[in-house]
Design a protein around this ligand. Structure first.
Ligand SMILES: Cc1cc2nc3c(=O)[nH]c(=O)nc-3n(C[C@H](O)[C@H](O)[C@H](O)COP(=O)(O)O)c2cc1C
Length: 202
């Protein structure tokens, strides 16, 4: 098993996969890594659809502006945010934390007021807010995948409505990203990164 540092350094976006299937137990391990991610008010808004059948993968690739490698991965995880669930769980978790005195009443009130205001936002405004919680869980999967010799690639360039239409999902589910997943058939060099000096704000 890799250390976190090794996984971070070894990870590349993989866009060429071997056809070998990914065992279900491995997919379960990856979802377990997602499940353990932190989230605001522990609301855990991430939801995943596992796609293995070729026809649906082709539709997903089309919805991702014809990024063909999406259809060539043995598995594609459709990574989503459950918007209503996020709001409801935020309220119940905060109330629980307030009840046991873990969070001051004043902070509980701020969060509850904020959550109520969020209920009147448009779904696209809400989607963007909830999405960053999902992104953390997706990156857990990305890093854990390396322990199984698997490669992934974040795919955010997509037409959300096309994906929702494939599955018949309503507005409550926001598609955050696709994550094609499989055994790498390429070993790309590291991409350029900014230096530590570059990312420090003076
Ligand atoms: C939020 C996000 C969205 C991305 N969307 C796409 C995408 O739609 N298609 C793609 O081929 N790569 C996509 N990538 C992968 C990036 O191009 C890649 O991470 C970057 O070039 C650095 O390369 P590396 O991941 O190999 O280090 C995305 C990455 C992130 C984090």
């Amino acid at each position: 098993m890799l250390t976190v540092k090794e996984a971070i350094e070894k990870r590349r976006s993989i866009r060429k996969f071997k056809p070998d299937p990914v065992p279900d137990e491995v997919i379960t391990e990856l979802l377990d890594a997602a499940r353990l991610a932190p989230s605001g008010c522990n609301a855990q808004p991430w939801r995943f659809k596992i796609v293995k059948d070729k026809e649906t993968k082709l539709k997903l690739a089309e919805a991702a502006h014809n990024q063909r490698f999406v259809a060539e991965a043995p598995v594609v995880l459709v990574c989503c945010a459950d918007i209503k669930g996020y709001l409801d769980r935020t309220v119940s978790t905060i109330q629980d934390l307030g009840r046991i005195g873990a969070i001051e009443d004043r902070i509980v009130k701020i969060i509850l007021d904020r959550t109520e205001k969020m209920r009147s936002m448009t779904l696209s405004e809400l989607g963007a807010r909830v999405a960053f919680n999902v992104a953390i869980a997706v990156e857990h999967i990305v890093l854990r995948a390396l322990d199984f010799g698997l490669g992934t690639c974040w795919v955010k360039l997509l037409q959300e409505q096309m994906i929702k239409d494939i599955f018949g999902w309503d507005e409550n589910l926001h598609v955050v990203a696709l994550l094609p997943l499989g055994y790498p058939d390429e070993s790309p060099p590291p991409r350029k990164r900014l230096s530590i000096e570059d990312i420090l704000i003076e």
